[in-house]
Design a protein around this ligand. Structure first.
Ligand SMILES: Cc1ncc(COP(=O)(O)O)c(C=O)c1O
Length: 362
């Protein structure tokens, strides 16, 4: 029998989460953010599953958009980091992509292109200081863009630095900064998942839901189900060995777990070579037969060890690392990270099994 390590991807849940995002911002369009292989879930599969209802997609770069177009996705695609060179501007025209413009040089590339109706989103730096133009220069920039033959519709976008902390006053400050551009009367887009859920005044013409589509919480200290989200990825493996240990025995690399009472240890076929984080220390829960058990000993490349003392656990029992029944947000807390990173780190070795799709998916 093959190694049982798998990520079950529930495409029904993905669609439901997209609908939840839409219901929070009923007057906005919503581009599903499917960059980074749909946060590790499989970009083409996710886009196919959403294509009947999504208004469009957002990816980080032109290469990701090419993959979507080659897979037959015809909906609008927004390139969040914009073009990296002149050739990518041409590709954007050929593939009918929407480009973020965050840098002077990108404008110069656009100036060389023939007449068209390229949709451009001018990125406004409303305070995050990652990408974008300062608001003061935006009105003149927009006027200049209007003179370029290639440019069609011009819209504004910006990004929150602290939307995962709804009470943080910086959110309002960023919105106020964007609002200084109200006089130029352009559509704008500002909301990531956290802002979709907690800052309705930020919804604008277009929302950009990412992590909420995948069922994890965008808000610090909360779990996906608290916001009505359903987990999409359930990461599973199985018990491949069981041992009886005595007080004083130690487990795994570095002897990081010491047995204090007679114990039963289950060995599970998943490790950091699959993307299960090595930072998951002693006590991080896994789910077996509906019950949580703590990791005991260091995560290794292909295996973890779990203290299942007192429970009827058998070889071959299914172990859930996160997903249905055990929120990835909980595991992320144990690892001092965020569910985004857990999802993105699941390696290609883990077989993605898609459920809830009407059509066979790559
Ligand atoms: C510009 C931009 N918009 C939207 C998103 C989606 O954010 P989230 O996954 O928090 O919803 C991201 C993700 O990093 C982003 O970079």
């Amino acid at each position: 029998m093959a190694r049982a390590t798998r990520a079950i991807i529930n495409l029904h849940a993905l669609r439901d989460n997209y609908q939840l995002a839409k219901s929070k911002a009923p007057n906005s369009r919503a581009y599903a953010v499917v960059k980074a292989n749909a946060y590790g879930h499989g970009m083409v599969a996710a886009a196919n599953a959403l294509s009947a209802e999504a208004d469009g997609f957002a990816v980080a770069c032109v290469d990701e958009a090419i993959i979507l177009r080659q897979a037959g996705i015809l909906l609008p695609i927004l390139i969040l980091e914009g073009a990296m060179d002149e050739a990518e501007c041409n590709t954007a025209l050929e593939l009918d992509l929407e480009l973020v413009l965050h840098h002077e040089q990108q404008k110069q590339w656009l100036a060389k292109l023939p007449e068209s109706a390229l949709k451009v989103w001018v990125k406004v730096d409303s305070g995050m200081h990652r990408l974008g133009f300062s608001p003061q220069v935006v009105p003149a920039l927009v006027s200049e863009l209007r003179t370029l033959p290639v440019v069609g519709e011009i819209q504004l976008m910006s990004h929150f630095a602290c939307a995962d902390e709804p009470q943080n006053p910086f959110n309002q400050q960023q919105l106020a900064t964007l609002n200084t551009l109200e006089p130029i009367k352009l559509n704008w887009s500002m909301s990531n998942s956290a802002a979709i859920l907690t800052l309705p005044q930020s919804h604008g013409e277009l929302i950009r839901p990412g992590i909420m589509l995948y069922g994890a919480s965008p808000i610090q200290g909360q779990q996906g189900p608290d916001a009505g989200l359903q987990p999409v990825m359930t990461l599973q493996s199985e018990v491949i060995a069981l041992h009886q240990l005595n007080p004083g025995d130690t487990v795994g690399y570095g002897q990081s777990f010491k047995v204090e009472r007679p114990a039963t240890l289950a060995v599970v076929a998943i490790g950091y070579g699959d993307g299960y984080p090595r930072s998951a220390g002693n006590g991080t829960p896994v789910l077996i037969k509906g019950q949580q058990f703590p990791i005991a000993g260091r995560v290794s490349m292909d295996m973890i060890t779990v203290d299942v003392t007192g429970a009827e656990i058998l070889l071959g029992d299914t172990v859930t690392l996160w997903g249905t029944g055990l929120s990835a947000d909980i595991i992320a807390d144990h690892c001092q990270t965020i569910a985004y990173e857990l999802f993105c780190q699941v390696t290609p070795r883990v077989n993605r099994q898609y459920v809830g799709s009407p059509s066979p998916i790559k």
